[in-house]
Structures are given as C-alpha cells and as structure tokens.
Write a protein that binds this ligand. Structure first.
Ligand SMILES: [Zn+2]
Length: 157
C-alpha cells in the first residue's frame, strides 16, 4: 500500500465493547452496508459484551480495505476512518497510545498531514460526541511525544 492518505477521522463505537468483527456485523446486518465502515478499529479489551481480554486493550484491527472508500463520515469518505471502541470519551491509555502509533505511522509513511486529522464531530453537527476528545490537542500531544493521560476516560479495575 503506497497510497497517500488524504486525512484521518477518529470515531468512537458508542458501545462499551466491540471489535472489527462485531462492528462489521452491525454495519452489514443492521445498516445494510457492504462492509465495515471503518478503516481500522482500536479495541479496549472488552471484545464482546461478556468477554474481557486484557491483551486486546489497544489492539489495532483492520477494517475496510484501505483502497476502498470509508463509509463512516458522510461527505468525507475519502478520508480514512479509525474507530476507538467505547462510549464517547471513555478510552484507555492503551487505545490512545495505539491511536498515536497510527497517526505517526501514516504521517511518516503515507503523507498524512496533521491538519487533516479530525474528530467525527468536527465534520458532522449530528455527531457532537464522536469520539468525545479534543482531537486537535490529542494530535499535537501525539506528535510531540507527550503523555496522553489527560485524554484517558476509562481505567479498568
Ligand atoms: Zn463517528
């Protein structure tokens, strides 16, 4: 994949649990889409309603083929979509660090411009809580290799 990435949009699943497989099921079966809408999913460890696996906290799963348009943000589907599993603003430090790895990799290898990284809320008035963190500030902290603790909304006990 040598594709230049035009932009990146961060979402949340608005569910307390999930995985790329589960979300694909929701998008295909409930919305009638041909595939999962997101390019990538970042898990929180709660992979199913009743199944927690700590090694999946921060795991990055592949979603829709990156050569196909995303389907997660109407009008902006030429941008890639990343979905953190969780309700608005309730992400673990491992998920936030995984997002940092995605951002830094795409900047370095796929020409992603930091100004082209958005929250879904930045693009849609109908989604003010998606994903529920200040993405511009988050991106700045990611790039500066600064701690991301201020964005943590969920700590597993
Ligand atoms: Zn969204």
């Amino acid at each position: 994949m040598g594709k230049k990435i035009k932009g990146l949009v961060f979402h949340c699943s608005d569910s307390s649990f999930g995985s790329a497989t589960l979300i694909k099921g929701w998008h295909v079966n409930e919305r009638g889409w041909s595939d999962i809408g997101y390019t990538m999913v970042i898990c929180n460890g709660q992979v199913e309603n009743d199944t927690y696996m700590s090694f999946m906290d921060g795991a990055i799963e592949w979603g829709r083929d990156i050569d196909k348009e995303a389907a997660a943000q109407r009008g902006f589907n030429d941008l890639e979509a990343v979905c953190w599993i969780g309700k608005s603003g309730t992400f673990t430090i491992s998920q936030l660090e995984a997002g940092r790895r995605v951002i830094l990799y795409l900047i370095e290898h796929h020409g992603l411009i930091p100004d082209k990284i958005y929250a879904h809320a930045d693009l849609s008035k109908e989604k003010p809580h998606c994903p529920g963190i200040d993405i511009k500030r988050y991106v700045q902290k990611c790039i500066n290799l600064e701690p991301l603790d201020e964005f943590v909304g969920l700590v597993w006990n």
